[in-house]
Design a protein around this ligand. Sequence first.
Ligand code: C2G
Length: 435
Amino acid sequence: MKRVITYGTFDLFHKGHYNIIKRAKALGDYLIVGVTSESFDIERGKLNVRDSLIKRIENVRRTGLADEIIIEEYQGQKVNDIIKYDIDVLVVGSDWRGKFDYLKNYCDVVYLERTKNISSTKLRSEGVIFNMGIVTDDIRDNDFVEESKYVSGVHVERVFSEDHETAQRFCDKYELGSCWNSYDEFLADVDIVYIKTSLNRRAEYIERALKKGKYVISDSPMTLSSEKLRYLFQVARENNVVLIERTTLVYLRAFNQLVWLVHSNLVGDLVSVKCAISQDDFEGGRTFNETVCTAICAVLKLLGKKCQDINTNAVRNQEGRFVYDMISMKYAGALATIEIGTTVDIENELVIIGSNGRVTIPNDWWNTGYFEANISGKEFLKRYSFNFEGNGFRYLLQELMIMIRDKRTECTRLFYDESVRIIEILETINRKDNS
Ligand code: C2G
């Protein structure tokens, strides 16, 4: 007797779930389905799971295909299950290709092609499953597809690129449902658009998507003009949708907690915010504008929008290429400095100095679940640690799901006027750097 096992959350049960269970069953004589427990989903960073464990089990049971249903409760349980239930084949969707190869020492591992375009009209009219599309001009996804797998209720199904071959290659690489090089046709069947094209085309794509009533996530900055940005937010408002930029920092539990604590006097009155960030510490490197926006955002969240004076001291190498800058932002009673560079060794760190101690986020502070506080008079460092998985994008997606559910018209993690202020500051920096 051939024994097969497959696992999943099976939230908002859909055709893709049914198909994989059916095809897993066909691979053997006895099928066990493992349904993830709530705590295991929290542990593995799966967000926005809507149905209770009981409902998810009931949906699997109703397929009539599972001979046995078990609960997956902890990391590493799969090995244990395979031995315990004498499993011959483990089946999982192709979106996990390669991830379970380590189990090949115990049984066969089969990746079955995931079902494409599963967001049926019926489900979407109930407002539970959202169809996402990506606008790109290369075949890198910035881990967007991988991250979206961890947010229940969103499915990346479409890709648009002006270059048909790029769209096709992207589609094949990430096994999406369809690729397009007509933007209007691409937009016709998506709810949420992620725009990661080069900066010079972003604003145009954003505007067209908003005008079709689509929720938009865009790489940051969305434009280098504060006036244009104001206009885009206006378009979002008029169309009752939200426009959010991919500044993952403001969606991280650790960073928000830090802001709340610091604003609740954890280290007394704020005197200094120092952040250092290297353009080279992002996959593929980042432009000056993209990188500095993250740092300005951190400063704004900590010290507010009322920055009185901005100074910049760009350093160029012998070829005249930018390598380093120390930007200062003067506030009443506090000073922020942003150290930024490329090709030089910058020690990434965010340090907040107050009249009564300091808070530090070491290393890649824009992408973390950790920070520490050193409070005057206290002997020990106080360490704060929060769940943080992947590259942080899933937390932004989770927040967007909440915004849509609550019919919000503005993102409360980064208000529109904060975004505009960041670009105003960037305009000043670029003007001073070029003068
Ligand atoms: N699936 C699919 N087609 C889809 C969506 C999902 O074939 N359009 C498959 C997934 O690949 C997975 C199963 O359906 O094999 C269950 O999917 P989810 O409920 O999203 O669970 P998942 O987070 O993929 O967890 O230990 C858990 C497993 O790792 C899978």
